[in-house]
Structure formats: structure tokens, C-alpha cells
Design a protein around this ligand. Structure first.
Ligand SMILES: [Ca+2]
Ligand SMILES: [Ca+2]
Length: 78
């Protein structure tokens, strides 16, 4: 019983990770929780500094999950 519950929760984690990945082509390569110009360019080769700063609404120099989601919804990237 315990083993099957463990296996089931593992499947859920994998499914959640897969669907999160499907939403965005960007990967947080250095794992700092935000997307840098380099990470955005890796996913979107057409990325420019002007587009990056347009997506970076708060001007922090990094794209966070909310900013990326907004950019996807606004069709800035995708
Ligand atoms: Ca990063
Ligand atoms: Ca930002």
C-alpha cells in the first residue's frame, strides 16, 4: 500500500513537471528561479534587448514566472 502510494505520487510529480515544461520553452538553466537574457535567448533565438526589457516589466534585469506568463499571454514570445 505504501509503495503504491509512493509510486502514484511520483507519477503526479512527473506529470506536473511535464505540464509545467509544456507551458514554456524557457529553462532556468542556472536554477536561480528567474530567466536571464541568456536563458531567454536559448529558448527564443529572436530575443532582443528591447524585447527582453519589454517583458521585464519591473526592470529587474531578469524575467520571473509572472513576467514570462504575461509575455506568453500577450504574444510577445511563444
Ligand atoms: Ca536563471
Ligand atoms: Ca523582472
Amino acid at each position: 500500500m505504501k509503495l503504491s502510494q509512493l509510486v502514484l505520487s511520483g507519477v503526479f510529480v512527473l506529470a506536473a513537471a511535464a505540464s509545467a515544461h509544456a507551458q514554456s520553452a524557457v529553462s532556468d538553466t542556472d536554477g536561480n528561479g528567474t530567466y536571464s537574457m541568456e536563458e531567454m535567448t536559448a529558448a527564443y533565438p529572436d530575443m532582443t534587448a528591447a524585447l527582453f526589457s519589454q517583458i521585464d516589466v519591473d526592470g529587474s534585469g531578469e524575467i520571473d514566472a509572472d513576467e514570462l506568463q504575461a509575455a506568453l499571454e500577450n504574444g510577445l514570445v511563444g
